[in-house]
Design a protein around this ligand. Sequence first.
Ligand SMILES: *Cc1c(COP(=O)(O)O)cnc(C)c1O
Length: 420
Amino acid sequence: MGKISISDVEPAAIAAAAIQSPPAPADYPRSRLPVSPALSLASFLRMRGPQASSILDAREVRFVTSGRVAIALALKQMGVGPGDTVLVPSYHCASMIEPVIWAGATPLFYRIRPDTTVDLGDIAVKAATCNVKALMATNYYGFHQPLPALRAFCDERGIFLLEDCAHSFLGHHGGRPLGSWGDYAIASSMKFFPVYEGGCLASARHRLDGVALQSAGTGFEAKVLLNSIENGFAYGRLPLLRALMALPMAVKNSLWGVIKSRRHGAAPALAPGSSDGGFGFDPAWLTKRSSLYSRVMLRLVSRRRMGELRRRNYRRLYDALSGLPGCRPLFASLPDGVYPWVFPLLCDEPLALFRQLKEARVPVIRFGEYLWPGVDATVCENSVDLSRRVLQFPCHQELRDDEIAWMIGQVRGAILGATR
Ligand SMILES: *Cc1c(COP(=O)(O)O)cnc(C)c1O
């Protein structure tokens, strides 16, 4: 068990830290390949074989506009509020913590181990000390946590388990779909489907009758649909449609200018900021249903194809990027039932490599790059290490073979060049 004591964590101080935005990202050129799935005709292809398990298999599911909104709604369903503590992982992105602050609760950061699993000894210590009402656990990169142990842990103490499936829309463990171990589970649709917004709140154990959602309006519906199509165009997908839509798109862009100038910036945004990559949390979206476009895509896109292609692309990256100097895949194997979000590579000198790859327009990302104020090595050395050292590369179903080959060539070249 760790030597750190609860008093070192000062949850109140951490909660009191202002919700601050991370520094503006450096101005890198736009990546050559889509970081997340871009819409193309292939998005609608099907693949024969059994359907992959998913958070959508839970008895109750609600479709909202982001994963963070789903977290906030889950906390609300649990009755989490001021005076309550929520155990959250030290390895995180701010959009996991903001909803806890919004609920008025105190986040208490628990440690995770070098392989990203929950430090069970640490949560046992922390669950005993504060007014803990819930435990949030993330299946990082699609790789499941020790979910049966976490379920038993929460049952013994009478606390809620919130299963964060933002990286694990698909998958199963211990004979159950991911997302069905928690009292509540959340997912982030944009990370897996060619959609511009979307999140899921699911529960295999509780009813979600209290969650009332309304349409966000036709402006929102139109914007979401057009943005998804335009994103496909931006990456050279849907060429025929692009030609057909050149005129309607020009009309739309000029109309958009008119609408925007009339709205004077004070009106609420047509689409959530969560769709544009920020970490912020906007309570205005708590009551809004996901767009019809996203909900239809969640049904139309073959989970089988998505799952199989993600595993295939992941293995290809794994084989090509293993055994290079100064780095190694974060996970040594790809177990059955894991359908990865991205391929995480643990690097000794990540910062220079990250910069170089970004300049070369490689779609590299860093989940957990910015930890919540106060979360440092005294809270969890492993999280700080992962936050700094893990670079991630997409393995989604909409990457073409030649695109993956190019990405692998760039990454190998950068790593081997640096050690020459
Ligand atoms: C992205 C993410 C979220 C939040 O999802 P959004 O749809 O971006 O709001 C929550 N948890 C984890 C682990 C994430 O990576």
